[in-house]
Write a protein of this length. Sequence first.
Length: 234
Amino acid sequence: MCGRFAMEEMLNDMVAEFGLKGLPNRELPMDWNIKPTQDIYVIKNETLEISSWGLIAPWSKNATEALRSQSAAINARSETVHEKPTFKNAFRRSRCLIPASGYYEWATELGKYKPRQPVYISRTDEKILVFAAIQDQWVAPDEEVKSSVAIITRDAVGELATVHSRMPMFLPRDRWEAWMDPALQDVNKVRSLFDNFQPDAHLRFWTVSDLVNSIKNSGRELIEPVDLMPETLF
């Protein structure tokens, strides 16, 4: 389950990679430790937008409730996203993509790493990762409109399953257009986009230091590989 990720690409990198035509009115700084409730980039068809990470529950009455609901809704399980009250409307009508350089996971007891050992996952070809996500708009009492998003997750597969039981949903590029199509609102057809592909294709990972555990740290040193002492491997 993705709880932190990195973004080190600039706007021109994403324009070139995704053929974007619409851009936000500000550029976010590079950050190797993006945390929940932080502003992040979101792709909606050919437009790049800025949203807050963590879906705000539609029934939130004020900013305090909105922030609390965001913190609990940074990820949405692919198996149940279509039926959970917080997520189901956004899943049906407002799907998007979230670009990232890579993301972090903390090992469980599933493999050779000690529990809570952080690892960093990125693409073998160093291209931008793209998470499947959902987006919604919340109107605050003062009528400010706040855009928020949640990352879709699924069961982990392959070597990633030896680190953690969950992973973000990475859709094949030829399904992006359908995923982001607001006219596609048949829940079963949308869910069928999750089927029949290799979700861990082109992914790699390595162990990193505990520096990522602190939200005060945000530099590129967070993704530098670290060697583990033999006794920490079992």
